[in-house]
Design a protein around this ligand. Sequence first.
Ligand code: 13P
Length: 340
Amino acid sequence: MTDLAELNRVATAMVAPGRGVLAADESAPTILKRFEAIGVENTEDNRRDYRELLFRSKGMANISGVILFDETIRQNAKDGTPLVKIIEAAGSFPGIKVDKGAKPLPFSPGEVVTEGLDGLRERLAEYRSLGAKFCKWRAVIEIGDGIPSYNCIHANAHALARYAALCQDQDLVPIVEPEVLMDGGHSIDRCYEVTEFALKELYRELYYARVKLEGTALKPNMIVPGKKCEEQASVEEVAEKTLRVLKQCVPAAVPGVAFLSGGQSDLDATARLNAMNKIGGVPWKLTFSYSRALQAAPQKAWAGKADNSAAAQAAFAHRAAMNGLASIGKWSPELEKQAA
Ligand code: 13P
């Protein structure tokens, strides 16, 4: 029997004021890309050393949960302590990415659907025994000429709902992530329209799958123009349009919304979250579930050298603290400078 009270307790703690989620679940090709950018060899030990330094940083005070990749949830720190235990000791929940990535959608050029449902029940049971309290599944929706199609929106929402129901059946909180990409030259209003479409379909499918919204978390994109769009948006416009689309689509039973950063600059990701929390007036907590906007600074500071570990930990703690303040609407550019 699913323990809904326990799922709700975990989902609520994940979005507790001043805290948010660290997405450290880069897949093998993604961590390779990140390490290449800082000139670090992509070995199992380097991946372990890098993630261990994050999990041992003071920054964990602002981190309610850490999303891990399959390798990391099984990995031990240099001294033999399981990384999962280090996360728990920091007062944070271990979580796990369980999707198997986005694959081309037949007959839909440029569109993808996330795979990984086959065998998922058994994988979830194992992850739970390894200490996971929550999971993540990421759907990817690209904006382009004539896309996304309804087929893409629907296939991805349906898969998210089947994943979420399986998670709850195994007493794991599902983070549902329908990411509308910011690649391309589309306007902010086109991002709004597509995100609304994706979220409406997602909550319909979650309802059909009998997912209990009190025991879930939403991980959406913010409403932003495409990176190549000539007309970029102010912090206020992003905050207002993001709040508006969420109010149109997300039921009040959902405890929290934890945004992805999606390629925004570190400061944009912080300032926009802060602006939303300053406006407030919404039934859910609004926080972060960032990978790039939390890790770009520590990765640069670390550059694969043990001597740089303390500097990398400080860079991570700084971003975690700034985003923690943004999650309660108490961040400001002045604080950013003072604390840096
Ligand atoms: P970014 O914050 O880098 O977009 O990553 C978040 C994430 O977990 C995507 O699934």
